[in-house]
Design a protein. Sequence first.
Length: 134
Amino acid sequence: MREIRFHGRYGQPVAALANKVAAAALTRGKYAQVFESFAAYRPGAPLEVTVRVDNEFIRRRSANASSPDVVVVMDNSLLPVTDVTRGLKAGGTIVAAGIDRAALGERGRGFQFVATVTDGDRQQNLLQALEELL
């Protein structure tokens, strides 16, 4: 099973992008789950969305203690206030736009890093990067 956790802020298309990843997996004949996890409904509030994809039926139903293979950072201003690497599996991958590995500091050690292009359609660039990781 592959698990992807998206980090963003309320008002950004975080859930929409997660649902597109799940839909792409479903069209390939895989099973998928999407869990939204957020605090207050206020613009700018941090939120997380977890996507699970597998070739087998997924029986796990909670995203509370996720251990993702991939973390997607959609808003780089979250880096100082949220540990985006929390629970990330050893050797896991961090996907982010507009930053380099140095922005993660010590938290980025031991993980792979994929920087996506910020030009053009940012969502499409993230989707293409995730296609290669699934």
